[in-house]
Design a protein around this ligand. Structure first.
Ligand SMILES: [Zn+2]
Ligand SMILES: [Zn+2]
Length: 127
């Protein structure tokens, strides 16, 4: 089981970028935010597939999503959230170290938000 990959940006995160952390993961602001406050929840261990996370890692991930949400609620007062994980190249994953996107949403940030994460296949978002 690989733990650290020298070329992986998430294995080599500098401490000043880490907003919060717990036993198995940390949270940062996304470098290319799709919305104000877009955060990533990232396990310390290097592995690519969310489904390969241990039970303990999954608990840490879920706890940190909650903590990040509290943090964002206070800081930006968003009106909603999307949570998303890309698993595999064909699902759009580009960095092959697990990361969960926590994306704050604001009233009016797009014309018709109906469908939310269904929008990953744009033609199928509205229903
Ligand atoms: Zn990594
Ligand atoms: Zn990503």
């Amino acid at each position: 089981m690989e733990t650290i990959n020298e070329k992986c940006p998430f294995c080599n995160m500098s401490n000043e970028n880490i907003i919060i952390q717990n036993k198995h993961c940390y949270a940062i602001f996304d470098k290319y935010p799709v919305n104000k406050g877009h955060m990533l929840i990232i396990p310390f261990r290097h592995f690519d597939n969310y489904f390969d996370a241990t039970k303990e890692e999954k608990v840490s991930i879920l706890d940190l999503i909650d903590e990040a949400k509290e943090f964002l609620d206070k800081k930006f007062k968003p009106d909603g959230y999307n949570i998303g994980v890309n698993i595999g190249k064909y699902a759009g994953q580009t960095i092959f170290h697990v990361h969960i996107h926590l994306i704050p949403r604001y009233k009016g940030d797009m014309e018709n938000p109906k469908g939310g994460v269904r929008g990953v296949i744009p033609g199928k978002m509205a229903y």
